[in-house]
Design a protein. Structure first.
Length: 114
């Protein structure tokens, strides 16, 4: 019973990631600033950061489940995004805007396939 519940949680987490990445796409200018630089901090921003924390936790946990392929794909995309930061700032900004879209697509595939 507990395993079934955990399996369901892992399955529905991508829905949370879809919503949080959509929120990021509309608010990336504010979310990319440090907390000290912001004029105000809406409470929904804290929910976004919490969902990101859950996202990274999900990536680690899903490495040991049936979502291993998806988590490795997402991890490789995030790693390439991090590596591009050292190459070019303009390319880094472009990839930073494309990464949420790619993660939304992968999350939709996870929900549809499973």
């Amino acid at each position: 019973m507990i395993l079934k519940m955990l399996s369901n949680i892992l399955l529905y987490c991508p829905l949370l990631f879809i919503l949080s990445n959509i929120y990021y796409l509309f608010n990336y200018k504010r979310l990319d600033k440090s907390i000290i630089e912001r004029d105000r901090n809406p409470k929904i921003d804290y929910l976004y950061f919490l969902s990101q924390l859950i996202f990274y936790l999900w990536l680690v946990i899903s490495l040991f489940t049936e979502f291993k392929t998806y988590s490795l794909l997402i991890f490789s995309i995030l790693l390439s995004r991090w590596l591009v930061n050292f190459i070019s700032k303009n390319l880094s900004r472009l990839i930073a805007r494309l990464t949420p879209i790619i993660i939304i697509i992968i999350s939709i595939l996870i929900v549809i396939i499973h």
